[in-house]
Design a protein around this ligand. Structure first.
Ligand SMILES: [Zn+2]
Length: 206
């Protein structure tokens, strides 16, 4: 973003001027590779959804602070769990959020990951077929309806390698399940998924 170059850059965590994430906050960032399953799909998170990680994610999404994306990618690559070549399938933003932000943060993250590791490919095979409401505001049944058919697969794209779905944050997993279902519906199998942060079921909602 242009503003990043015009204004002194404050660290999102400690507000010290100089970098989007200063070196002391970067080295103190809590990372832990956490493997877990969502129904039959296995995946990984790289940190929990805590004060630090939520500030990173929210600043990218709400204030377009895209200078933070490479940091997020770097954190994930430090513990990258796949030895083999994988093709990341970023879960697309809803059309409204895309228009509002002017970018798709999960796609930016996927590209940053691919820049840092030659065994990572990116395919935008998933697209949002319509808008969806913020899942946080909905009950379990409404969440399911909200996501039913929310994603389509671009069948004109050829994909190679094991597919790994990518999202920034996983809370209930409903979005990830819907994206996985969209692939399954056209006969594609997702090898797994990766999310930067996992909110986890035990964390009380605020
Ligand atoms: Zn800092």
């Amino acid at each position: 973003m242009l503003l990043d170059y015009l204004l002194p850059t404050p660290c999102v965590l400690c507000l010290k001027t100089g970098s989007a994430l200063c070196s002391s906050c970067e080295s103190g960032f809590e990372l832990s590779l956490h493997p877990f399953r969502l129904d039959q799909i296995s995946g990984f998170s790289f940190t929990s959804y805590n004060d630090q990680s939520s500030k990173l994610v929210q600043n990218i999404k709400e204030t377009s602070y895209t200078a933070l994306v490479p940091f997020m990618a770097k954190f994930m690559l430090q513990n990258w769990p796949y030895q083999e070549e994988v093709t990341l399938v970023p879960i697309p933003s809803s059309p409204t959020n895309y228009r509002k932000r002017g970018f798709d943060h999960t796609l930016l993250l996927a590209r940053a990951l691919a820049r840092g590791n030659q065994s990572i490919l990116v395919s935008q095979i998933l697209k949002s077929s319509r808008d969806r409401k913020d899942q946080v505001l909905l009950g379990p049944k409404e969440r399911e309806d909200n996501l039913n058919g929310a994603f389509r697969v671009r069948t004109n794209l050829r994909v190679q390698g094991p597919l790994v779905l990518l999202d920034d944050v996983l809370t209930t997993g409903a979005t990830m399940r819907a994206a996985h279902q969209a692939l399954t519906d056209i006969g594609l199998e997702a090898h797994g998924f990766c999310v930067f942060a996992h909110a986890g079921p035990r964390k009380p909602s605020k």
